[in-house]
Design a protein around this ligand. Structure first.
Ligand SMILES: O=C(O)CCC(=O)C(=O)O
Ligand SMILES: [Mn+2]
Length: 237
């Protein structure tokens, strides 16, 4: 729906339901120190990004990873880029090959890399070169419980997170698990960037509400771009 040419957006009411409001595309919402929501930053690229996701999944299929504690994750995942995030009984880590096929992860498409670079720049970060893109697929009911992104050695680089398809409720807490959690709606095309003092903030996704999205169908896709390895120190020689 649009109002005056601007896309309609939503806020979460006290009972948790999604209400329409109007936050125009192009708005930068300061979420926290070092964290920004770039409203609609990827709008217009959604169909192309989703086509790339389908191509990635054709060679590295979505799968439900098992946590080190033995739980099957409700979110299905795959990766592209030099490194991919995996989880199994041995723990959480980055791997250069897909454990299902033994092959390197599909290359990161140029459109993904350029979007991640541009979003990090827009959010005020120095040049960002993602090494990994974790692709999350949420079907109705799937959720990602509160967690910190802690498996990357390089904590100087931000996380760039792109929402595509069905809307989701993003959970944003603090540096301690017990901190107050805010809930905000993310729509297709929204990009969240967090780093600096927010790099280790607890965050998650509430169970996905059922619905149908014209480009993605009955699901939400999330791309999270990460820099994993410690930056190589520069020498003065
Ligand atoms: O789906 C999202 O928006 C968040 C994903 C996330 O936090 C993660 O993959 O670590
Ligand atoms: Mn995360």
């Amino acid at each position: 729906m649009t109002a005056g040419g601007m896309p309609r957006r939503s806020l979460i009411g006290v009972t948790g339901e999604l209400f329409a409001s109007t936050v125009p595309d192009g708005t930068c919402e300061a979420l926290d120190d070092g964290a920004t929501i770039l409203r609609g930053f990827a709008r217009g690229q959604e169909a192309a990004l989703l086509a790339e996701v389908r191509a990635i999944a054709a060679s590295a299929p979505f799968r439900h990873l098992i946590t080190p504690g033995g739980h099957r994750m409700s979110v299905a995942m795959t990766n592209c880029g030099a490194l991919g995030w995996v989880s199994d009984a041995r723990g959480y880590r980055y791997e250069s090959r897909d454990p299902l096929s033994g092959r390197p992860w599909p290359a990161m498409p140029a459109t993904f890399r350029e979007l991640a670079r541009a979003a990090a720049r827009r959010a005020g970060y120095p040049p960002f070169e993602p090494e990994a893109c974790l692709v999350n697929r949420y079907e109705p009911g799937a959720r990602l419980s509160l967690h910190q992104d802690r498996d990357e050695e390089d904590t100087t680089a931000p996380i760039v997170s792109v929402s595509l398809g069905l809307p989701a409720t993003f959970l944003w807490g603090g540096l301690a698990r017990s901190d107050r959690v805010r809930r905000m709606r993310l729509d297709s095309g929204d990009v969240v960037v967090w780093g600096g003092r927010s790099r280790h903030v607890f965050h998650g996704i509430a169970p996905l509400a059922d619905g149908f999205h014209a480009l993605a169908g009955r699901c939400r896709i999330n791309l999270t771009f990460r820099r994993c390895r410690r930056p190589v120190p520069t020498t003065s020689r």
